[in-house]
Every structure is written in structure tokens, then in C-alpha cells.
Ligand binder design. Structure first.
Ligand code: LLP
Length: 419
């Protein structure tokens, strides 16, 4: 189903013309489709068995309140990694019993806040974190519900910067130490063991690493149960890749991923948690930008647009491919462009060589598949106001985060230092 499509030559998000939104909001801007969000979430809910699965949307992918509310109203839980994300999720109306808390560096303060809310689960990533969580819980007269995130030492075969399941990565407890970690947790009266967790990386384009990880978890679960530990929850993390349109082999389909999880983990009779981020939000958003100049360089033709690496970092940080399309279709001659932003860094490049129908200054382009890890990773580098976000629902759109004005941005500083 296409939620972003051309109608009479003009790109639309659902029933709203992107040109119209750009005129109203100015560029750059992120535009999301509510129907696409719904569609992606319901696909997860449909492919996993709703009764014993909780889809904990990975909030880091796109944490706009409107996105969280949309998903929460459909029944989604949330995977959070900071007090800030936890606060966002609660404000958006996702109940604490659907929230899991991941991350390698939870502080005592963050643990206390999460315990006060009675969240569903802490995914504990190290022995020192376990000890601190125990202390904080005891000081509050509580028992923290815990799953250990296990590092299975599996190569997710994705970009090195978003691979998390190798022994050399900072994430999780080495699977070789799992027995000790669970034994220690069982001694702590501020801790209640309830599960096991893995997350081996993001933008996985093959099923095999998932299969290895699920097998590792299934084996460990059986062993831990034999040792007397109560394991009733298996959190399989996120990581399913999306098709960025770069011509690479398409990522596995959700049906196969869900079937794999059910085949390997189903017999254990646990509640399954899934933490998808990108595969829920990624294709639901575009970054809309205006061409400022066409500049003929010595070697390249530069398409200089008003969105920069501060608005969408992925191409600069991961050399990530994002499809770029003209918002108004044109039959112009296809030309090679180096697509760049306004930031004073050579890394501020969306594509070093892209063939696009010839474009003029003032025209709009859409950078596709920017709904996940787009706006959330934006900054105000070069004192550029944070990029606004718009949510389309049918024939209507709402600015769900306005562009801050310059005064708001600059007045956060205090000009007079000490003395
Ligand atoms: N669970 C945990 C514990 C995670 O760390 C992540 C993502 C997810 C779930 C969701 O993974 P997903 O389904 O979205 O693959 N900024 C990078 C991606 C970083 C992913 C971090 N962790 C990018 O733009 O590609």
C-alpha cells in the first residue's frame, strides 16, 4: 500500500499534497503518514500472536508524541532507553505495564523513576547495573522485574556502527556468563527474574543472524529453567531491516521473521516481546527540502538543498542510502548530482552521485524512508532551528512539532558567565 504517492504529478502523503505542506510550514520539514504507522504496527500485531506477544515499539526511532500516541492507541507497548523517553511514553498514554527499559547506562535516578512508575521490565545489561538496581529497589521497598540482555556473540551482518550482538560490542552480558548472572540475581531480594532479552543490531537484512540468536536464547532458557530460574518472558529485541530502495537484496518479510521466532521460541511457552523501531516508523516519513542552488563545480554538479546533516544524520554517519525524489514530477533530462546540505562540512552530503531528473532552484525534493532515526537524531548545529514535524491523517495535516524560532534557540544560552 502506498502512503506516499504521486497524484497528478505531485507527491502526496495520503490525501495531502507535499507542496501544500511545504508552503504552509516552510522547509526543511519531516512529514509522516499516520495510516502508514497504523499499517506497520498492525502488521506486527497480526503476524505475532496478540495474546502472548507485546510489541514494544523502540521509541528511539521516532519519539514524537503524536507517533507514540498513535501507536499506543493501537495497543503498542514501548522500549525506552532513558528517563526522557520514559517520560515521553507515559505522557503519550502508553501504560507502564507495557514498557520495557533497555540501555547500558541506566543511572540510579533513572531506575528510581522507572520503579516509581512500575514498568513491566528492566533489561539489565551488566552485573554492576544489576547490583545498583537491587539497591535502588530495596531502598524503595520494591522488587525490580528483570530480564538480562544476553550478548550472544553473533554477527548481525549489518553496519558496524549499529551492530550490537558481537562480543566486542558494549551491549549485554556475555552469554558465557549468563548462568552466573542469573545465580547472582536470584540471591538479591530487590530483584525478580522474569525473562531473557537479546538485540543483536539494527537494519538486519538476513534472517540467519536472528535464527542463531533465537536458538541461543532458546537453549539458555532451557538451561536456566533447569537451574530453577523462572523465565516467563523472552524479549527478542528489534532489528528487522527495511528496503531503502538502494537496489540491495530486500530484507526479510515480517511474516517470515515472525514465523521464525514462533518456531524456535514458541515451544517455550513464554510471553514474547518484540522491540521494532525502524520497521514500524522508517517508511512512514519523508524529509522535505527545497533546492537552494544548483552549483556547477569543477568535477560535480551540486544540488544544494536546505536540509542538512543536522536534520538527517544517517547519510553522513553511516553512509546510509536514502532515495531522493522530486516532489513535483518532471520529465527533465536525468542528470548526475552530488546532493548536499548547507552545513559547513564536506560530510554534509546526502549522496555523492545521484541521478535525478533535472531540477531548478526553488523546487522541492523528498528524502524517503526518513521516518526512523531522522528527526530524533536532528540537532541545531550551525544554529539551525530543529526541523519541524508534520503528521498527515487522510486529507488533513497537523504540525506535531513546530520549528522553534531563533529567539527560543539562542535564548537558551546565558551570555554572562561567572565574573
Ligand atoms: N531494541 C534495542 C535495545 C535497540 O537498541 C534498538 C535500536 C531497537 C530495539 C530498535 O531497533 P530497530 O528495530 O529500529 O532496528 N541510528 C541508527 C539505528 C540505531 C539503532 C539503535 N538501537 C540508524 O539510523 O540506522
Amino acid at each position: 500500500m502506498a502512503f506516499f504517492d504521486y497524484r497528478e504529478g505531485r507527491l502526496h502523503a495520503e490525501g495531502v499534497s507535499i507542496n501544500h505542506i511545504a508552503e504552509q510550514v516552510q522547509t526543511p520539514l519531516y512529514c509522516y503518514s499516520k495510516a502508514a504507522l497504523r499499517h506497520n504496527y498492525l502488521a506486527y500485531a497480526g503476524h505475532f500472536n496478540a495474546e502472548n506477544t507485546l510489541i514494544c515499539y523502540a521509541v528511539k526511532a521516532n519519539s514524537n508524541q503524536a507517533v507514540l500516541r498513535t501507536l499506543g492507541q493501537l495497543g503498542a507497548g514501548a522500549d525506552v532507553v532513558s528517563e526522557g523517553e520514559l517520560r515521553r511514553v507515559l505522557l503519550a498514554g502508553i501504560p507502564a505495564e507495557r514498557i520495557v527499559y533497555s540501555g547500558v547506562a541506566k543511572t540510579g535516578r533513572e531506575m528510581r523513576f522507572a520503579l516509581e512508575q512500575d514498568i513491566f521490565q528492566f533489561n539489565v545489561e551488566s552485573e554492576p547495573e544489576l547490583e545498583l538496581l537491587n539497591e535502588v529497589a530495596l531502598s524503595m521497598g520494591k522488587r525490580a522485574p528483570v530480564a538480562f540482555r544476553i550478548n550472544p556473540d553473533i554477527d548481525a551482518r549489518t553496519h558496524a556502527k549499529i551492530s550490537t550482538g558481537k562480543a566486542s560490542n558494549k551491549f549485554g552480558i556475555p552469554w558465557t556468563r549468563a548462568h552466573q548472572a542469573y545465580a547472582r540475581a536470584a540471591e538479591l531480594s530487590g530483584i525478580r527474574i522474569q525473562g531473557i532479552d537479546i538485540h543483536i543490531g539494527s537494519q538486519l537484512t538476513q534472517l540467519e543472524p536472528f535464527e542463531q540468536a533465537f536458538i541461543c536464547v532458546a537453549e539458555l532458557t532451557a538451561e536456566l529453567r533447569q537451574l530453577g530460574h523462572e523465565i516467563s518472558v523472552i524479549d527478542i529485541g528489534g532489528g528487522l531491516g527495511i528496503d531503502y530502495g538502494d537496489g540491495a537484496a530486500p530484507p526479510p518479510v515480517l511474516a517470515d521473521y515472525a514465523a521464525l521466532a514462533k518456531r524456535i521460541l514458541g515451544p517455550l511457552g513464554c510471553r514474547i516481546l518484540v522491540e521494532p523501531g525502524r520497521s514500524v516508523a522508517g517508511n512512514t516519513g519523508v524529509l522535505v527540502s527545497r533546492v537552494i542552488y544548483i552549483k556547477e563545480g569543477e568535477l560535480d554538479r551540486f544540488l544544494i538543498i536546505d536540509a542538512g546533516m543536522n536534520d538527517l544524520l544517517r547519510p553522513s554517519l553511516y553512509d546510509a542510502y536514502h532515495e531522493i525524489v522530486p516532489v513535483t514530477q518532471n520529465a527533465g533530462e536525468p542528470l548526475h548530482y552530488q546532493v548536499v546540505g548547507p552545513i559547513c562540512e564536506t560530510g554534509d552530503t546526502f549522496s555523492r552521485d545521484r541521478i535525478l531528473p533535472s531540477l531548478q532552484a526553488g523546487e522541492l525534493v523528498a528524502i524517503n524512508n526518513a521516518g526512523a532515526y531522522g528527526a530524533v537524531m536532528a540537532s541545531s548545529y550551525n544554529t539551525r532551528p530543529l526541523v519541524p514535524e508534520v503528521l498527515v491523517d487522510g486529507e488533513q495535516f497537523t504540525v506535531v512539532r513546530p520549528r522553534p524560532d531563533y529567539a527560543t534557540l539562542i535564548d537558551m544560552d546565558t551570555p554572562d558567565g561567572p565574573g
